[in-house]
Ligand binder design. Structure first.
Ligand SMILES: [Zn+2]
Ligand SMILES: [Zn+2]
Length: 282
């Protein structure tokens, strides 16, 4: 048994897809420096100790990768199986927000309850979806699937900050979407924050340069400050799409696509556009 309290969880970032041809100007709302390659990785996350498993986000499918022109590495469900987690047995899944790259595959978790913020379901089923710009990152099928699960009693709504389990809490950030939430987890190296799209890259949060896909830019900026406050240090913030996650932390012995976020960093995070994140002046 885990004798510490709150428990010290193991936390994994599981990469399942990449977008290698992305450029820096696509990752900043205002970008006045040189442009250049800035690839994007797609992750889901898993939290576990002896008592529980919590999956954070569910990724997309091979079909969606083809539709959206992303390079699919493996199914998020296979990625979970690779670290010994059977999706069909998982009881708790946090959906950080309903974008297509975070909320597909819901039917692969037949036993799960899905934890979402009130504001996210209001956002993705309300008048904001009248606008193509805001609707584009959502998939109609995923939203309808979530609503179907709602009517099957399998959606759990959260309003703001709530404890999910001892040492695991959810925090409403907003900004990127109106119901974007992040997950704070206690580990042996302190509290880490799975920022998901609350902070796409370390450079977004460290230089306070907002990501361009944003519903409310002030909330996104406030969210960066909130995420920093929730985490025990800069490398306790885990960005949602930064390839540097896989070179900053030790990886699973048989897979370079799985980062062990509960372990101490083995390198300082490099900005993927070639500058060292820690040297960025705020
Ligand atoms: Zn998103
Ligand atoms: Zn995303």
């Amino acid at each position: 048994m885990n004798s510490t309290f709150p428990p010290e969880y193991e936390v994994y970032a599981l990469r399942y897809a990449v977008q290698p041809d992305r450029t820096a100007r696509e990752n900043y709302l205002f970008y006045d420096e040189h442009d250049g390659p800035m690839p994007q990785d797609y992750f889901i996350w898993a939290i576990r100790d002896e008592a529980r498993v919590i999956v954070v986000d569910t990724g997309f499918t091979a079909e969606m990768a083809a539709k959206r022109k992303r390079t699919f590495l493996r199914s998020p469900i296979a990625a979970l199986a690779g670290i010994g987690i059977d999706a069909s047995q998982v009881r708790d899944v946090v959906i950080t927000h309903m974008h297509y790259d975070h909320a597909g595959n819901l039917d692969a978790f037949p036993q799960a309850r899905f934890h979402v913020q009130d504001k996210e379901m209001q956002y993705c089923t309300g008048r904001c979806m009248c606008y193509d710009l805001l609707r584009r990152p959502f998939e109609k099928y995923d939203v309808i699937t979530a609503v179907r699960h709602l009517f099957e009693g399998r959606l759990v709504f959260h309003d703001g900050d709530e404890t999910l389990a001892p040492g695991v809490s959810l925090h409403l950030i907003g900004g990127h979407t109106l119901g974007q939430q992040v997950v704070r987890v206690h580990t042996k190296r302190g509290y880490i924050v799975l920022a998901s799209d609350g902070a796409h890259y370390w450079s977004n949060i460290r230089s306070r340069k907002p990501f361009p896909l944003v519903a409310d830019v002030m909330l996104m900026l406030e969210g960066y400050t909130r995420i920093d406050a929730l985490a025990d240090g800069p490398e306790h913030v885990i960005p949602g799409h930064d390839p540097a996650v896989l070179t900053t932390f030790p990886t699973w012995p048989s897979s370079g696509d799985v980062a062990l976020l509960h372990e101490a960093p083995i390198a300082h995070a490099e900005r993927t556009d070639g500058q060292t994140a820690l040297s960025v002046q705020i």
